[in-house]
Design a protein around this ligand. Structure first.
Ligand SMILES: [Fe+2]
Ligand SMILES: [Fe+2]
Length: 334
């Protein structure tokens, strides 16, 4: 689903980099050249990317859970088919991103271990429950919508494998957002009960979606270096504002109300202004105290354990093929 600007303080001490190499690297970034896995890069760049890309991958994988809960309860065959294909897309996003992270010299196994041990984060948004069918449409509309805002600039991020993965991911996210908006539209134009369900989902998802862009610029760590190294191109607040400006008119078009009494349009700036975000809630959810954190990790661990036989079978198959190939090569040489 998406890379959250978690901006956690990096505890490892920074290596003193060779100033000549560092200057050449920074010149590459400034010229918008891509940095490829075999190129020299500062240790802090590698570390930041491993963290960001793996958090992004974990978010895609954990993000399948809130929607997966509704596959058996989708209201029609069409909705079920759309939902299943969206969830499969998210699994694919996880795979591309783990592969991109592996090019930085860390194994997928290690990244997965960090997630299962609770050492790695994933997007806070997936710790909220999906209570009604309207939540599924709202996730597509708002969560995937916020993901797109974040990810479009990542298509031009400086690390080559990450930027290339994002191009395909963004195309799929665009379908996710549109199917979600359309599903909410059907409810908003349906019976009074259906419209109330859509409004209730918007009420619960609006603020957590705004938190997806990460802490305000004033307190965000790493932002300046990430911008200089072209990992990030827009600040958390700038992306959040872009999302608000795009989404408020969409809600109004549906006849729904944004759950913010302080929301107002600033004629002078041309932007929608919002009330205060509850950053304590964000911190609580990130620290593991959200409504579904424990459940999400429990399900993830069980899925990993239950999938052990698949990994073993795939390895055994690969070994068998390698042996056969070797035998054929030996025979040909005789
Ligand atoms: Fe995704
Ligand atoms: Fe998505």
């Amino acid at each position: 689903m998406y890379a959250q600007a978690l901006d956690q303080k990096d505890k490892a001490p920074s290596r003193i980099e060779d100033p000549v190499k560092l200057a050449a690297f920074e010149a590459h970034c400034a010229a918008d050249d891509k940095i490829e896995p075999k190129d020299w890069m500062p240790e802090a760049y590698r570390r930041t990317l491993v963290r960001q890309v793996s958090q992004h991958a974990h978010s895609e994988v954990i993000g399948m859970q809130p929607e997966g809960n509704w596959v058996t309860r989708a209201p029609s065959l069409k909705r079920k088919a759309i939902l299943i294909s969206k969830i499969q897309d998210e699994a694919g996003h996880g795979l591309y991103l783990y592969s991109a992270a592996e090019t930085l010299g860390v194994s997928r196994e290690e990244l997965n271990d960090q997630l299962l041990a609770g050492k790695a984060k994933y997007s806070s948004i997936f710790n909220y429950p999906t209570l009604t069918w309207a939540d599924i449409g709202t996730i597509g509309w708002l969560v995937d919508g916020a993901a797109i805002m974040n990810q479009i600039p990542l298509c031009r991020t400086s690390f080559g494998p990450y930027s290339r993965a994002m191009i395909r991911i963004c195309k799929e996210e665009s379908f996710h957002q549109r199917q979600g908006y359309e599903a909410v539209m059907v409810l908003a134009r349906g019976t009074p009960e259906q419209k109330a369900m859509a409004q209730d989902a918007l009420n619960r998802w609006w603020w957590p979606c705004l938190m997806m862009f990460g802490p305000p610029d004033a307190v965000s760590e790493h932002s300046e270096t990430s911008m200089r190294w072209r990992i990030k191109r827009f600040s958390n607040d700038a992306l959040r504002q872009k999302f608000i400006d795009a989404t408020v008119p969409q809600a109004h078009f549906l006849g729904l109300t944004i759950p913010d009494p302080d929301l107002r349009f600033n004629e002078a700036s041309g932007h929608w202004e919002i009330g205060a975000i509850d950053w304590d809630e964000f911190k609580r959810v990130l620290a593991g105290e959200g409504p579904c954190n424990r459940q999400r990790m429990k399900v993830r661990r069980a899925a990993h354990e239950n999938g052990a036989w698949v990994r073993e079978a795939a390895l055994a198959h690969a070994e068998k093929r390698a042996r056969r190939k070797q035998a054929a090569a030996l025979q040909a040489a005789e």
